[in-house]
Design a binder for this molecule. Structure first.
Ligand code: UN1
Length: 512
């Protein structure tokens, strides 16, 4: 029962014996091998070569020269390349979704959803390629014209995390490409095959169009490789997704050279369940938010802030729902919850459950590591619920695991909003209510302080069309839709004098 993994790898052109053998399109790696292993069954999937410093410099040189060509191609023509890339993703949606599920551990449905996000952002980027608009202003001087234009920035360094091993790269790269940038991607060393699969698909499109391979570059390795990127002045923008700890290191290194960084870091997302909440919608939103991707989305629901008038009812409904959850192989579509990424993550999950109890929390739905047939990888855990208080140290932390904290409030919506905002992170937030006043208060200037604030929707599962990211320790970056593209370009203000005089601005007199 390999759930078609071998076939999926074949369709993606991945040679499991040594996925990192250079084929002329995979421009990475003569360094030591790492083994990609699956949290699904603990099996080693493939060996992957890492990038040495010499390899890295070669990759950057390839990217520098590719940029010279790519930046001069008209943006709509670049959009056509991204359109073709999106078409290939449509063809390979199933094998790629399967690889995501197998290498990362999320459910096959969520693996397919991730590839769908890639397809969606390609479509978005194709349209965008004809809309990279600047403004035209009126000059204060006669016979003058003033406007602004957006130019390609250069090499975009992308550092992504294991939990969205393909989509986050696509959000960055699809926009960066239509903007005329070239990309160097370091995927998580926990999901290198997803990186290789994507790189191969992209490389094929560029090759078919006679374009240089340096437009899309892949490197692999640990934090050291990341440091080469963050301190490299040849990379004007570093887009990094991951932990707050990692984000601070990236921001410092990039800031030290006055480069730009786009950070998408941790969340500590809450759903407010008001007296006016629809119970059925609340349960679906909260359970998917808490256990989807085994609690390893940056948008995962970590806290449920429930009004005391609904507390017992919500508690009961959640306990009932958790009793229905099937945990097991994520490629088996009967299961709701797959494994955590590795045994380190399992240890963190266990430690968080110990801490919440030690701080006085009450475990409502107990956790635990699953053993026995089907759970040999040691990465399968039971989603847990704990009654807790917002000020607990552990509740203030983002634990990347399926642990939901149940918090109670008794006042009006302002009290709930204060609890929701009372953490260092500021990514996603939601309120369940049929009361217009509560909903609007939650969305007002005095409402949620997060980058994402939803009404009658959970915290996870954002669409690509909006800007994605958050405030405070989430890092402030915005990726994906809306005008997130602007960070991938440099803005230039142009003033043209078509008169025969040279008047100075601000009316300054300077006669010779
Ligand atoms: C992430 O977890 O890093 O909103 C990204 C969501 C997904 C993206 C999550 N569309 O849950």
């Amino acid at each position: 029962t390999d759930f078609g993994i071998d076939n999926a790898l074949k369709q993606l052109g991945i040679n499991a014996a040594n996925a990192g053998t250079s084929t002329g399109v995979d421009n990475f790696g003569s360094g030591p091998e790492i083994i990609s292993s699956s949290p699904v069954d603990g099996a080693a999937i493939a060996r992957v070569n890492t990038t040495t410093r010499a390899d890295y410099d070669k990759v950057v040189a390839t990217a520098v020269s590719a940029f010279e060509q790519w930046r001069m191609m008209p943006a709509p023509k670049r959009g056509e390349i991204v359109r073709q890339f999106g078409e290939k993703l449509r063809e390979l949606k199933e094998p790629l979704g399967k690889l995501v599920s197998y290498e990362m551990g999320k459910s096959y449905q969520e693996g397919l959803g991730e590839v769908q996000e890639m397809i969606d952002i390609c479509d978005f980027a194709v349209g965008l390629s004809r809309q990279l608009h600047g403004l035209t202003m009126h000059s204060e001087r006669p016979g003058h014209r003033m406007y602004e234009q957006y130019h390609p920035l250069g090499i975009v360094g992308i550092i992504s995390a294991f939990n969205f091993p393909v989509a986050v790269w696509a959000w960055n790269t699809a926009l960066a490409w239509v903007c005329g940038d070239v990309c160097i991607w370091k995927p998580s060393e926990k999901t290198p095959l997803c990186g290789i699969a994507c790189q191969r698909i992209a490389a094929e499109v560029f090759a078919e169009n006679g374009l240089p391979e340096g437009i899309s570059c892949l490197i692999t390795g640990d934090a050291q490789v990341g440091q080469w990127m963050t301190s490299d002045t040849r990379l004007p923008l570093i887009s990094a997704t991951g932990s707050i700890r990692m984000g601070k290191l990236v921001a410092q290194a990039v800031g030290a050279r006055l480069g730009k960084s786009l950070l998408e870091l941790g969340g500590n997302n809450a759903i407010i369940v008001s007296p006016e909440a629809d119970l059925k919608m609340t349960v679906i939103g909260a359970v998917f938010g808490a256990v989807g991707t085994c609690g390893q989305r940056c948008t995962s629901t970590r806290r449920l802030i429930v009004h005391e008038s609904r507390y017992d009812e919500v508690k009961q409904a959640l306990t009932d729902a958790y009793a229905q959850l099937k945990i097991g192989n994520p490629l088996d579509e009967n299961n709701h919850v797959g494994p955590l990424i590795d045994t380190d993550a399992v240890a963190q999950y266990e430690s968080a459950l110990e801490k919440v109890e030690a701080e006085g929390g009450n475990i409502l739905v107990p956790g635990g590591v699953l053993q026995g047939s089907g759970y040999e990888s040691g990465c399968y855990v039971k989603p847990a619920i704990a009654e807790a208080e917002n000020h607990f140290d552990i509740v203030q932390e983002e634990t990347f695991a399926p642990i939901l904290y149940l918090l109670k409030y008794s006042g009006d919506v302002r009290e709930a909003i204060a609890l929701q905002n009372g953490v260092r992170q500021g990514l996603s937030s939601a309120i369940m209510t049929r009361d217009l006043r509560e909903a609007e208060a939650f969305l007002s200037a005095a409402g949620s302080d997060c980058g994402i604030a939803n009404v009658n929707i959970g915290t996870s599962g954002a669409e690509i069309g909006g800007a994605f990211g958050g405030e405070k320790e989430t890092g402030g970056g915005r990726e994906s839709g809306s005008d997130a593209w602007k960070v991938y370009m440099r803005r230039q203000t142009n003033t043209i004098n078509y008169s025969t005089e040279l008047p100075l601005a601000q009316g300054i007199k300077f006669d010779l």
